[in-house]
Design a protein around this ligand. Sequence first.
Ligand code: NAG
Ligand code: NAG
Ligand code: NAG
Ligand code: ZN
Length: 443
Amino acid sequence: MMISDDTVSAKKPISRCCFIFAFLFFSSQNAVVSSPPFDTPVARPLKKLDKHVVLLISTDGFRFGYHFKTNLPNIHRLIANGTEAETGLIPVFPTVTYPNHYSMVTGLYPAYHGIINNRFVDPKTGHVFTMASHEPEWWLGEPLWETVVKQGLKAATSIWPGSEVRKGSWDCPKGFCQHYNASVPVDDDVRVDTILSYFDLPSSDIPSFITIHFDDPDPQGHQVGPDDSLITEAVVNIDRLIGRFIDGFEKRGVFEDVTMIMVGDHGMVGTCDKKLIVLDDLAPWIKIPSGWVQNYNTLLAIKPPSGRDAKDVVAKINQGLRSGKVENGKHLKVYLKENLPSRLHYADSDRIPPIIGLVDEGFKVEQKKSEGKECGGAHGYDNAFFSMRSIFIGHGPMFSRGRKVPSFENVEIYNLISSILGVKAAPNNGSDEFASKVLLPRK
Ligand SMILES: *[C@@H]1O[C@H](CO)[C@@H](O)[C@H](O)[C@H]1NC(C)=O
Ligand SMILES: *[C@@H]1O[C@H](CO)[C@@H](O)[C@H](O)[C@H]1NC(C)=O
Ligand SMILES: *[C@@H]1O[C@H](CO)[C@@H](O)[C@H](O)[C@H]1NC(C)=O
Ligand SMILES: [Zn+2]
């Protein structure tokens, strides 16, 4: 059978009887997803629920590959009987938490949903967006909870970025929209149990779309980098929480009915303080005061004052970086945002500062040479780095069992979930065909 390079076939053998069917399937689809469903050719009927329910679970900084660190029976149960992105889920750029979580639920690249970084400045008002900003004017696009509620279904959210924002038809209903409160420790077991309790409600009150975001294993990744036993422990705990969902669903007889989608927002890569690019080292070519810099670290963002020509600033910075005289200079490339590679989709918003620097994997930008610290981990880099990938696992009536699909960008998730729920998607940057290629057709 001819299989193109980016095609991933099902792991289990295809019996002889199904070969012709598989061949027809291959020839009728394009190369994006070509593995044949080897269990049922159509979506499995619901047994107990009277509608599709999607539970979207995100685990922060769950780098692709963490699920091979140790024995994780619950995650591997979902993989064995579900559909997995075989080489991981591709985050949007920049590969940080808020832009990515909001891309998954809107299907939009950050330039279009407005959350272009975890922290940024609105150039018109000078106001600063932070992860605590809940004013609706920051949050553009239509998140899934809004799409769902607008079309007469119910939704529930648990500390997913943007879900506390009251916008459109979404009023963040009490009891169905858990807020983050910095003065109260988050108890993940309680959050899981709250979601499970929705399945004890009368059928019409069970939310059709539910999101939950777990903070781990991101903090551990920053602290010690991706290759440490602390990560393994954190991942074991995530697996335990997934198991708590599975057990709760099985107890209620709805495990095969509920669609569980497990994702992460970005990966993690090891960093060390000898891998620094220091802006003060550029002084012989151009002085960059900290007041111009809106982001350091894994993504450099600069807004020169009005009157300074951004193009000239870029030229002088790159001259310095390429001189061979700036330590690690060759590991930073600075662009006018409109000249960034178009695959990053990181230009079409006035919230994106005019000058953006792409940093090589594992390197970081700082203003001054910092005091030596321990090595740790970071993310935020170009989404083309494999280390920035996370996971995608879909388990439920419309996902084939044991199927592998090629990697895809997380902006596809909005259309995918809209399609499972049968709601009309708002305009977005996902592709129209994606859902029908990944999901089993309805009967
Ligand atoms: C996969 O699903 C089948 C059919 O429901 C079930 O018999 C099997 O135990 C499941 N496998 C795992 C690993 O859960
Ligand atoms: C956060 O929790 C504290 C302690 O329970 C409570 O006093 C406070 O009102 C809560 N804040 C919000 C915004 O709900
Ligand atoms: C992304 O989607 C928005 C909303 O439909 C649209 O305005 C924008 O042009 C799209 N961008 C790309 C790169 O497809
Ligand atoms: Zn992080």
